[in-house]
Design a protein. Structure first.
Length: 376
């Protein structure tokens, strides 16, 4: 089993997205000594493979020298599996592109659709800066994935959003805009859960015609989770303890979303804590309250095995308590229910002849849910 360590060099960010809840402009930047401490900490922490994701704020503010040394040191761990990085990519240059190619770093960036929609939400000039760097990365052979944040505003442009990503052949993940624990700027942008569910179902209808054109990774994972009866995306898995994040000063948190929040510090890499040490923290106790609440209140839900109550951060930020489930619960039930219904219908239809994966579809014919569930 792979576990996930997110490294947050800084919460600083040069962009100013209207709904952002995760950035703080402070005088902070991770020192390479913290990377050494992370390596020491993980040597005996657990035997499972570890995947590292650099996140922020804007992680590229750390600079080329930081990544040149950090990637080399982390990749030498015996249980190293791979790297990812989430960035607005404005600071991506040819040297970083070559470095990320060398270490097979999976890079993702954020675009909220066509220029007019994106820049209304993320600020004037954001689209052009990001797309310029995306095109350069593409020219040099570095693949970039995308994150689309859908807000109460952009939900009304669902068709335009879908067509943009399909036409540009940009693989993406969907995020629903959330309120914040750090202020109220994000509140007006938060996406209603029924609107979220409706959009996912609408996109599923379209996506089944376009599986060979691009990837909507949320729908990929939702279908795989439904088939396997277990979550295949962190939102739909018991992430407590399988994902950890390290802030600029070495503090350990449950996830990058909690970085900078003192109440959710599990420990610090400088003291080389064991997994049992982390479980003794007050932060761990709070997260277990979320898990216990889900286990008790969701036990009769038919989707709980592959939803797990959703994201604990989402629950805490929406309801200001650990005794709640992800506020997108209704949306998840809507899309899991739709996928389950279609999957059961296909099972019945193919019961006699058997399902043929990898078939060649006719022009203007939809792929099946099973084609999606078994997509590589």
């Amino acid at each position: 089993m792979t576990f996930h360590v997110m490294i947050i060099p800084t919460l600083n960010c040069p962009s100013n997205c209207k709904y952002c809840w995760g950035s703080e402009n402070k005088n902070e930047m991770m020192d390479l000594d913290i990377i050494d401490e992370i390596c020491n900490w993980l040597e005996d922490f657990r035997d499972d493979k570890v995947h590292f994701t650099f996140h922020g704020g804007e992680p590229l503010l750390a600079g080329y020298g930081f990544y040149e040394e950090a990637l080399e040191k982390l990749s030498k761990l015996d249980n190293f599996e791979g790297f990812s990085l989430q960035s607005n990519i404005w600071l991506l240059n040819d040297d970083l592109i070559e470095l990320f190619k060398k270490y097979n770093v999976i890079v993702s960036t954020s675009i909220d659709g066509p220029k007019e929609i994106n820049d209304f939400q993320r600020g004037e000039g954001y689209f052009d800066k990001t797309m310029k760097k995306f095109q350069r990365a593409k020219e040099m052979g570095l693949n970039i994935n995308f994150v689309l944040t859908i807000t109460d505003y952009s939900k009304d442009y669902s068709d335009e959003l879908y067509e943009f990503f399909k036409t540009e052949q940009m693989n993406l993940k969907i995020h629903a805009a959330l309120p914040s624990l750090r202020g109220d700027n994000a509140d007006p942008w938060a996406l209603d859960q029924e609107e979220h569910g409706k959009l996912l179902i609408e996109w599923l209808d379209k996506y089944l015609y376009d599986l060979d054109k691009f990837s909507v990774m949320d729908l990929d994972h939702i279908c795989k989770s439904t088939l396997r009866r277990r979550g295949t995306l962190c939102t739909f898995a018991d992430c407590i303890g399988t994902t950890l994040a390290v802030g600029f000063d070495g503090s350990i948190y449950p996830c990058y979303r909690f970085v900078g929040m003192p109440d959710y510090i599990l420990g610090n890499v400088k003291t080389n804590p064991s997994f049992d040490d982390l479980k003794e923290s007050e932060s761990w106790t709070k997260l277990q309250e979320f898990r216990e609440y889900v286990n008790e209140n969701c036990k009769t839900c038919k989707y709980v095995k592959y939803c797990e109550g959703g994201c604990p951060y989402n629950a805490i930020v929406a309801y200001k308590t650990t005794k709640a489930v992800d506020p997108q619960c209704t949306a998840y039930k809507m899309i899991f229910g739709e996928v389950s219904k279609r999957m059961n219908k296909e099972f019945m239809k193919n019961a006699m002849g058997g399902f043929q994966a990898g078939r060649t579809k006719k022009e203007n014919e939809a792929f099946s849910i099973m084609d999606l569930a078994m997509k590589p």
